[in-house]
Design a binder for this molecule. Structure first.
Ligand code: DON
Length: 315
């Protein structure tokens, strides 16, 4: 796994995967429950790989920004762990939920403690943690600047129309936040935690920017371009473990089985995936499967991992 990616082979694999995906008609369904996301062209497909030795390879619509949605939860988890350390795990679990991303059912049995930081309830608690000592706009700014710093790209922005569309239709998230507040697992008014949550979900990035932002996770917590440490090697491994076990909601087991590397999806159709020791990958195809994960994005990663012999389980 620690072997450096062979470049000509990777470049060709990306091109082949993008060509195959462009031809396919079984693209899944674009999310419409956030009306602004329903306007995206389902024919889009982009893929990017950033290797630990500094190469950036792309194919398809890899420079077109899309709504990263729940992929942002990887970055908010990283920031919150930096702020409060392992105390975070007293308020959020680390088990796969086996339920849809927006499910409320486990919260009652589990006293308002969400199963993991990637389901909506868990990410709302993480937003609440990031609010400590801040106004919502400061917490949102901190998240955005962190992602800009990771990608080394200050042009990354929040799509305000998507954020407004989420707020206007986010009744389920409102229920989750109020319910957790009733158990004492939110320190701030639900509305404020949700303001942070809706805005970080509405960050827009291209595959290239996303793969760049994820590279510290493929390189033991260090940005391979600068050598600067973002998180400890242990923390990078643990974030990867959360992605592998919980990154695709009730489709996490299937993704681990088919693709074999950690990944985090978003309902905008993006997936950030990590090949530890080798590369950070981002893929985007807006049509979703039944679990709300990118249909062609996960198939593309499955193909690519097979072609490159990438798996965290490979000898
Ligand atoms: O809470 C929501 O509905 C969205 N802002 C994020 C959900 C999401 O991306 C789930 N991922 N597949």
């Amino acid at each position: 796994m620690a072997e450096v990616a062979r470049m000509p082979e990777l470049e060709q694999a990306l091109t082949e995967v993008a060509a195959e995906m462009a031809e396919r008609t079984d693209r899944g369904d674009v999310a419409t429950y956030i009306p602004q996301l329903g306007k995206v062209d389902p024919k889009k497909f982009g893929i990017a790989a950033v290797t630990n030795d500094g190469r950036v390879l792309t194919a398809g619509d890899a420079d077109e920004p899309f709504s990263i949605q729940s992929i942002s939860k990887v970055f908010t988890l990283t920031l919150a762990l930096g702020n409060v350390g392992d105390a975070l795990w007293q308020r959020v679990g680390r088990e796969p939920s086996g339920n849809p991303f927006n499910s409320i059912v486990q919260l009652e049995h589990e006293n308002g403690i969400p199963r993991n930081p990637f389901i909506n309830a868990g990410a709302i608690v993480i937003s609440d943690i990031l609010l400590a000592g801040h106004q919502p706009r400061e917490a949102i700014g901190e998240i955005l600047r962190f992602i800009q710093f990771l990608a080394d790209d200050e042009t990354i922005v929040i799509d305000r129309e998507v954020a407004a569309s989420e707020r206007a239709t986010g009744f389920r998230n409102l229920a989750l936040a109020n319910y957790m507040k009733s158990f004492g697992n939110l320190n701030h008014p639900p509305d404020l935690a949700l303001g942070v949550y809706f805005h970080h979900c509405a960050i827009a990035m291209s595959c290239r920017q996303l793969a760049l932002a994820g590279r510290f996770l493929a390189n033991g917590g260090k940005n391979p371009a600068t050598g600067h440490s973002v998180v400890s090697a242990e923390r990078a491994r643990r974030i990867g473990a959360m992605m592998l076990t919980c990154g695709h909601y009730d489709g996490s087991g299937d993704f681990a089985f088919r693709v074999g590397i950690p990944g985090k999806s978003g309902v905008g159709g993006g997936i950030l995936a990590i090949v530890p020791g080798v590369a950070s990958l981002a893929v985007w195809s807006p049509g979703l499967n039944a679990n709300g994960n990118s249909r062609l994005g996960s198939i593309a990663l499955e193909r690519l991992a097979k072609m490159m012999n990438w798996s965290v389980f490979a000898p």
